[in-house]
Structure formats: structure tokens, C-alpha cells
Design a protein around this ligand. Structure first.
Ligand SMILES: [Zn+2]
Length: 470
């Protein structure tokens, strides 16, 4: 008996020698890795080992002798970094992008809301989300936070393409496309949260529109619901100069931030979109409360709303700040790449200081900063052992990427979405060799063409009417 056991042990050790390389799901090699970890480590000739949906090892090419895989992605001397996080959007509005650009005053009320109330449908929201998430995946966005309607359609479309969504059903004081009653979004959100609370890609959230379009009572209800279901809250805040004039009771003409703080909504669980009009006390409240911030540089410039005091927040030590585009009628693309240099430039011009917002700083905001703002930094936002495999690769051989002296600078000041060669989310390849793997682009083209043909005439009439009111 003993002899047999010795023979068996011998066989096992021989077989483990010949298969000493651990089999893994995927290996990425031959690129410069921007880890965006705590020490901002950059790994030349880097390798990432992925098993299932997680990064299990990361290092230089030396670690290659420990692993084998049937799926090896050669980064071809490109730049490998964490997938970017777009912290504020209303993605299905991509069906309307390019409309209402005639110089309409008060565009939100005179154009957006009437257009949405006439043309939004479940079908449009699904198909537009397909388009939007395709563009995100192709632009290196692997996670986005959104406030809109029919969130179950958005969730299905987002999962179909395969990126992550923090989806907040809109709660607003008037009837909307998916709620006949005022504040119907609350009921809708409950069902949506129940359905998606354990999803691998979707994080259900609550999206009270703003402090001026949701009553105090309902905002408190949102807060309580968020605590009960343990879901994040996404809200527009301090976006407009005259916003405080629309706050209720004693808060009128005060501060949105102070108001949200006093009703208990300014906390780690909340993400404020825009946060432009802040006084010094607001800056301190933001720091103390650990509320997340979404900085939407292009949308705020295009809409002439202002430049947020992001640099001062950073100097105070606030690091829960991510980048956002806002809806596709506000920034007409949904990736972050085109806005990276912009996000930096707007701060430099505001503070008249060309030393702030370095490429490293901006890329941190686009990745781990956004993850912190959404309380996801233990899972995504950097490339480290144990984190989820949300990874993008830039090629560095196209003329616009040459020369490539310093990879952070190359991405922030030179790159465009066409330089993204691979997008991996949750360990799954969504884009490879610049090709989308999860949807037929011809089908998407046809779907969007049909939608836009249906919208054209109404949209032009509406623009004419809105312009007359200017
Ligand atoms: Zn918005």
C-alpha cells in the first residue's frame, strides 16, 4: 500500500513539474502599464494576468514564466491603463445629439424637456443606450454613471454591450416618460433596485434630478431609500448661478450644498454632478462630508455655466473627484479622451496657473478619482492584484501618438478614441484590434437612422419655437 502511495506521489510531482505554469483566462503583455495605484507605478514591458473577472498578477515580462493562457493579448508596445469612468451622463440623449445647437437660451426647459416628453420611448432608450455604450467602449470608458428614465432598458442595453453602469432612475417633480405621476421615479426605482441589486455589471442607484426640481420631503425620502437599499444617489448640484434662488423656504438664495447637507444628503453615498457655484463654506462641507464630485468641463463650458472650483477642492485634499461628460447634448461625445486636455485647460485658465492639472493628475481623475467618487475604488479604477479586470489599451504607433515620451502626457494631450485598440470589462473582451465584439455595428446604424428620421421634423419645429422665446 505504502509503495503505491509513493508511486502516486511521484506521478503527481512529475505531472506538476510538466504543468508548472498556471493556466489563466487571459494574459496581456508587451505594453507600458499605468497602474494608477497609490505609488503611481508605471511598469515598462508590463504584463497583466487575468483569471475569470479579476487581475491576479501584474508585473514585468518576468512573470510570464509563471502563467499560460489560450488568450494572449499583445499590446504591441502600447499603453495599458485602467478603464475610464464617466461619472455623469444621460446616455440615451445620444439619440438627440446635434439637435438644439442653434443658440437657444434656457435650453434645458425650452428644448430638452419638450423634446424628451414628445419623443422618448422604451425602444428609443434601449437603442440609444446601445449606441452610447458602444461609443464608450470604443473610447475606453468601462464604467459610467447615469441619471435617466426606463433604467431597465438602459441596464439591458449596457449589459448587452458589456460595460458597467451605475444607473440612477430619475426622480423629478413632474410626470415623465416612465412615470405618469409626479415623483413616479421613486416607485420605478424600487423595482429596478430589486431586479439589479446583485448584478455583475449594473449598480442600481437613485437619481433625484436636483435640489430645485425635487421637494425637500422627497429628497429626504430618497435619502432614506438609499440607506435602506444601500444604493448610491446621483444628483445635479450647484450647476446654475441662479439655482439657489429656486431652493425652498429659508434656503432660498442660500447654498445648494448647505441645503443638501442640512437634509442629510451630503454624504459619502452621494455624487454631485457639476458643483460649480460653491462658496468657501461649501468647499469645506464637501471635504468633511466626503461627498463625490463629477467635474464636467466641456458641458459646463459649452453651456456657459461656469468652471468648477476643482483645483481648490484638490488643494483641500478632496480626492473623490471624477470626470463626466453630462448628456450627449451637452458634450456631444460620451468618451472622456477628448475632454482630458480640456478638463486640465479649463482649470489652468480659471486659476491662471499652467503648473496645475498635470496629465498624471487628470488621468487619476478619469480613473481612480471617479471610482472613489462612486465608492468603487476597492474594485475598479486602478490596475492592481485583486481588482476587477477593467482594462484599456492604447496603440502608440499612429502618427498622432508620436513621439511618445511620457505616456500620461501622450494620452491626455495627443490621443483620440481611435487609438484605443482593446477594451476589457470584468475580464471580458469588448473591443479587440479596434473591433467591437458584442454588437453588430450595421444593425446599430440602421436602428439609429430610423430614430433620427422620426425625430428630425419635430426637432426643427421645436428649435424654431424655442429660438423665438430667446
Ligand atoms: Zn446632467
Amino acid at each position: 500500500m505504502k509503495k503505491i502511495i509513493y508511486i502516486l506521489l511521484g506521478l503527481i510531482s512529475i505531472s506538476s513539474l510538466s504543468f508548472s505554469k498556471e493556466k489563466v483566462s487571459m494574459i496581456i503583455k508587451n505594453g507600458t502599464i499605468l497602474t494608477i495605484n497609490n505609488t503611481k507605478e508605471v511598469i515598462k514591458n508590463g504584463v497583466i494576468i487575468i483569471e475569470d473577472n479579476k487581475i491576479i498578477d501584474i508585473g514585468t515580462s518576468e512573470i510570464l514564466n509563471k502563467y499560460q493562457s489560450e488568450k494572449i493579448i499583445d499590446a504591441d508596445e502600447g499603453i495599458i491603463m485602467p478603464g475610464m469612468i464617466n461619472t455623469h451622463n444621460h446616455l440615451p440623449m445620444i439619440a438627440f445629439r446635434g439637435l438644439g445647437e442653434e443658440g437657444i437660451k434656457n435650453r434645458l426647459f425650452a428644448y430638452f424637456f419638450p423634446l424628451e416628453s414628445e419623443k422618448l420611448s422604451r425602444d428609443l432608450i434601449y437603442k440609444a443606450t446601445i449606441l452610447g455604450t458602444i461609443e464608450m467602449a470604443q473610447s475606453g470608458v468601462t464604467t459610467y454613471a447615469d441619471m435617466y428614465y426606463h433604467m431597465d432598458e438602459m441596464a439591458e442595453a449596457t449589459k448587452k454591450i458589456g460595460i458597467r453602469g451605475i444607473l440612477g432612475e430619475t426622480i423629478i417633480k413632474f410626470p415623465v416618460v416612465d412615470a405618469k405621476e409626479s415623483y413616479g421615479g421613486l416607485e420605478y426605482a424600487k423595482k429596478f433596485i430589486e431586479k439589479y441589486k446583485n448584478d455583475s455589471l449594473i449598480i442600481p442607484a437613485l437619481g433625484p434630478h436636483s435640489a430645485y426640481l425635487v421637494s425637500t420631503e422627497k429628497l429626504i425620502e430618497v435619502k432614506e431609500m438609499a440607506e435602506k437599499y444601500k444604493v448610491p444617489v446621483l444628483i445635479h448640484a450647484a450647476e446654475f448661478e441662479d439655482e439657489a434662488g429656486r431652493l425652498p423656504g429659508k434656503y432660498k438664495n442660500g447654498s445648494t450644498i448647505k441645503y443638501l447637507n442640512e437634509i442629510g444628503l451630503l454624504n459619502k453615498n452621494t455624487l454631485l454632478a457639476h458643483a460649480i457655484y460653491l462658496n468657501d463654506e461649501d468647499l469645506e462641507l464637501i471635504k468633511k462630508s466626503e461627498v463625490g464630485i463629477s467635474y464636467n468641463a466641456i458641458a459646463n463650458a459649452k453651456g456657459a455655466t461656469g468652471i468648477a472650483r476643482i483645483n481648490e477642492l484638490q488643494e483641500l485634499g478632496v480626492n473623490r473627484i471624477g470626470l463626466g461628460t453630462d448628456g450627449p447634448m451637452s458634450t456631444n461625445y460620451v468618451g472622456l479622451i477628448q475632454g482630458l486636455g480640456y478638463a486640465s485647460s479649463m482649470q489652468r485658465i480659471k486659476y491662471n496657473d499652467r503648473t496645475i492639472f498635470t496629465p498624471e493628475n487628470v488621468l487619476e481623475m478619469a480613473t481612480i478619482g471617479g471610482a472613489r467618487a462612486l465608492n468603487l475604488d476597492t474594485k475598479i479604477g486602478s490596475l492592481e492584484k485583486g481588482k476587477l479586470a477593467d482594462i484599456i489599451i492604447f496603440e502608440t504607433k499612429s502618427p498622432n501618438m508620436l513621439p511618445n515620451y511620457e505616456p500620461h502626457a501622450t494620452i491626455v494631450w495627443q490621443a483620440h478614441p481611435g487609438n484605443i485598440t482593446a477594451t476589457i470589462v470584468n475580464g471580458k473582451i469588448i473591443v479587440e484590434n479596434k473591433l467591437l465584439k458584442t454588437y453588430d455595428l450595421k444593425k446599430n446604424y440602421k436602428e439609429i437612422k430610423e430614430i433620427s428620421e422620426d425625430i428630425t421634423i419635430f426637432a426643427k419645429e421645436l428649435a424654431k419655437k424655442a429660438k423665438e422665446k430667446n
